[in-house]
Each structure stands twice: as structure tokens, then as C-alpha cells.
Design a protein around this ligand. Structure first.
Ligand SMILES: *Cc1c(COP(=O)(O)O)cnc(C)c1O
Length: 424
């Protein structure tokens, strides 16, 4: 495929982009009065401009109303998390009753494993990928130990290909079949953080369910990036953070999905706290625990409103853009353009480890740079010095993520030109 590498072509693509104006709804970081080239929304999404006013409103409510803020105004704090639910449910393809915004990712992962990892003498294994995000691996290992099992006996790892670094879905399905009598849980990423690989969550869930194995997904790099249909795929649970593609601010409260089949079952074992208790009797202050028959039944505490306010603002931007479908459509074109430009301008000096087919990836490309003596990390530092924000992941990858809400074709063009200048 030949590609027009001119700046004019990039500008023409932007001029034809129906979502181009959304860039103006975000604060683009600057240094020395110049906008950064920001391709690191996979790590921390940019701040939507409507965040400050919504957060300020909540601060003012606290000033004016004090404790009455829990009940007064058109966005009282008591049900505040509920205002996020419909928009969040649309983004992950769930019913409203299956989604709750609470805690942070790793905390939610532990809460979900408390419910869905119920090992027995014969069925005690967890299937996880060999290069799982460290926090996920550590959470899994600690859960296994808490139940009195040994990680070396109870962890089954799906290996990444030696050359491609990618996970093989066939191999994952084979592993599930081979361990069908001893597996208790499959825990995998929706989009793998290092390679950017998108897994077929529907297929993996169907295979695991054939053998009565529960399935959970870590959607840190999938949510707000690729279309999801958690309810229809029959996923048991999922967890995610909201500060990456969902632009909700550093350390933002995360999200959790519990399939309706389980959420309505009050007998599901869980960690309990008063915020998960029936709303109509919560303030009678009795010790009896009667879980809300939705994903909210896993809440423990009353949530941090200032963080929820930022999430509300950010989700409104997603809704205004028409949701994930138009964003994904642009994303496929933007990342396809990125890939083609890299191939054309840098040829075999770069090795893109992310899958080449759009349905196996989100917006991120993970790039290994072959430059002889100069280590990839040095290249990354030079990119930074040139006003370009990407991120470096050990051992050997520059991750660059053009985000359809605020990145342009011109950004991608500038990035490839900058990289070419550094590498040449
Ligand atoms: C970003 C990320 C996390 C972050 O976990 P927190 O609990 O929010 O700090 C976890 N897992 C994966 C795969 C991630 O990419």
C-alpha cells in the first residue's frame, strides 16, 4: 500500500474528520508556550475542559450546604455514583444494573476475586498471561496464598510468543481445555498493556464457560478504547480504571462490572460494607447485611465525590461524541495511518509488535526501534526533549497511542517526522 506522506494530506484528513473539534474540549499540556505532542492517553488521559466547573460546583455545594449536600441540589451526593452509571454502562456494553463506579482497579480486582475465586482441593487454578501487569499478577498470587494454596501449583500462565510477543487465542483456549477440571478462574486483559493486543473476549468466555470456569477481564487498556459488549459476551466480571482512555484524572475512581446473573444473586459470597446494603434500610443502622441486587451490592464505602464529578464530566464528552462507535471508527483510521506512515518513513528501523489487523488492537502501537547501538530508551528521551509525550515500557518498547477524542492526523504526522529525524 502506498501512502501520501505529505503534511497537506494529514491536514486534509483532519479537515474531513467529523470529530476534529473535540480536541478543543481538552487541555493540551504545554511547555515553553508550545503544545506538547501528546500520545500518552493510554497512561493518563487529558483533562476535559468541563471538569473544572463540575468539580468546583461540588466544592461550592460543600461550602454552601455542608452535610445537606448529601440530599440537596440536583446532584445530591448520596446517589451521586448513579448519575455515572448509564453512560458507563453504554461504554462497556452492559445493563445499568451490572455496572458500578467505585474504588480503584486493583481493589476491585480483589473484591471480584473474593467472589469469583472460590478454590476447592481439585479446582484451584487461575489462568493468567505470563506478562500480566504486575499488579494483576500480585493480586492473583496473594489471593491464591490467602486460600492456602501455592502459586506454583495454582497459576497457569498463557505464554507470549517468543518472537511476536503476542498471546495466541488458540493456545489460551487449549490451556483452558487442558486444565478444565482444575481451573477456577480465567483472568485476562481486554487489551494487553505492553503490546496493545486486543483479545477475543467473547470466544475466551465461551470456551471457559463450557467447563464452568469463571472469567474476568482487566479492561484498563480497553475501556474507552474499543467497543465492548460485556453483557452479551456473558463475561462474569470486569474491572477497569478511568484515568487512561476515560480521561477522569490521576487516581480517579475505577469501574466494575458484575454480570446480571450474579449481581441479582444475593447469596454470592463477598466482602460487605454499608454502601452495598439495601438503600431503603441503610440508615436504620442495623448490622444485618442485605445486599443491593445489582453491581452496587459490592460497594463498601461512600465514594469520593470530587473524583466522581470529574468522571461525570468526562463521560459527558464521550456521550457528546456519539459514544464509542464513531470514536472507534476514527481510531481505526488514525492508527492505520500511523502504522502506514511508520512503515513508509522508517521501514525496518522500527518493529511494530502490535497486531497488524485493526480488530486485534485498539489505538496504541507498541514500537521497538532497531538502531544498532542507540538503545530504545535513549530514543524515547530524545522524543521527550523534542516535546513529544509517549511512554517507555521496559524492556524495550515505546508505546504511542493516538486517541481519537483529542489527537489529530497532524499529530501522528508530526510524531513520525520527529522520530525519523531522531533515528536518522
Ligand atoms: C493501569 C493498569 C492498572 C492500574 O491499577 P490501579 O489499581 O488503578 O493502580 C492495573 N492493571 C492494568 C493492566 C493496567 O494497565
Amino acid at each position: 500500500m502506498t501512502i501520501d506522506t505529505s503534511t497537506e494530506h494529514a491536514l486534509a484528513l483532519d479537515a474531513a474528520d467529523p470529530l476534529a473539534s473535540f480536541r478543543d474540549r481538552f487541555w493540551i499540556p504545554e511547555s515553553d508556550g508550545k503544545q506538547q505532542l501528546y500520545l500518552v492517553g493510554n497512561s493518563l488521559g487529558l483533562q476535559p475542559k468541563n471538569v473544572a466547573s463540575i468539580v468546583t460546583e461540588e466544592l461550592e455545594k460543600w461550602q454552601r450546604l455542608g452535610v445537606r449536600g448529601h440530599f440537596e441540589s440536583d446532584r445530591p451526593w448520596l446517589p451521586f455514583h448513579e448519575f455515572l452509571t448509564p453512560m458507563m454502562a453504554r461504554i462497556v456494553g452492559a445493563q445499568d444494573t451490572e455496572v458500578v463506579v467505585m474504588n480503584t482497579l486493583t481493589v476491585n480486582l480483589h473484591l471480584m476475586m473474593t467472589t469469583f475465586y472460590r478454590p476447592t482441593k481439585t479446582r484451584h487454578k487461575i489462568l493468567i498471561e505470563s506478562h500480566a501487569f504486575p499488579s494483576d499478577y500480585q493480586a492473583v498470587e496473594s489471593q491464591i496464598k490467602l486460600h492456602g494454596f501455592e502459586p506454583r501449583d495454582s497459576i497457569v500462565t498463557a505464554k507470549h510468543g517468543a518472537e511476536t510477543e503476542l498471546l495466541s487465542e488458540d493456545a489460551i483456549c487449549d490451556l483452558i481445555e487442558q486444565n478444565r477440571d482444575s481451573l477456577a478462574l480465567v483472568l485476562l486483559p481486554g487489551v494487553q498493556y505492553y503490546t496493545g493486543q486486543l483479545l477475543d473476549m467473547k470466544r475466551i468466555t465461551a470456551v471457559a464457560h463450557r467447563y464452568n470456569v469463571s472469567v474476568g477481564f482487566d479492561l484498563a487498556h480497553a475501556v474507552g478504547n474499543v467497543p465492548l459488549a460485556l453483557h452479551g459476551w456473558d463475561v462474569d466480571f470486569a474491572v477497569w480504571c478511568n484515568y487512561k482512555y476515560l480521561n477522569s484524572g490521576p487516581g480517579a475512581v475505577g469501574g466494575c462490572f458484575v454480570h446480571e446473573r450474579h449481581a441479582t444473586d444475593k447469596s454470592m459470597p463477598r466482602m460487605a460494607g454499608w454502601w452495598g446494603h439495601d438503600k431503603s434500610t441503610r440508615f436504620q443502622m442495623e448490622n444485618r447485611f442485605d445486599p443491593i441486587p445489582t453491581a452496587e451490592g459490592w460497594q463498601l464505602s461512600n465514594p469520593p465525590i470530587l473524583s466522581l464529578a470529574a468522571i461525570l464530566a468526562s463521560l459527558q464528552v464521550f456521550d457528546d461524541a456519539g459514544g464509542i462507535s464513531p470514536l472507534r471508527e476514527k481510531s481505526i483510521r488514525l492508527t492505520g495511518y500511523f502504522e502506514a506512515l511508520l512503515n513508509e518513513e522508517l521501514g525496518d528501523r522500527v518493529n511494530i509488535i502490535t497486531p497488524r489487523t485493526p480488530h486485534q488492537r485498539g489505538c496504541q502501537l507498541s514500537i521497538e526501534i532497531a538502531t544498532g547501538d542507540v538503545p530504545g530508551k535513549r530514543i524515547h528521551q530524545q522524543l521527550e526533549a523534542a516535546g513529544t509525550d509517549t511512554d517507555w515500557r521496559e524492556p524495550n518498547v515505546i508505546r504511542a497511542a493516538p486517541v481519537p477524542l483529542y489527537n489529530s492526523f497532524e499529530d501522528v504526522h508530526r510524531f513520525v517526522a520527529t522520530l525519523k529525524g531522531i533515528v536518522s
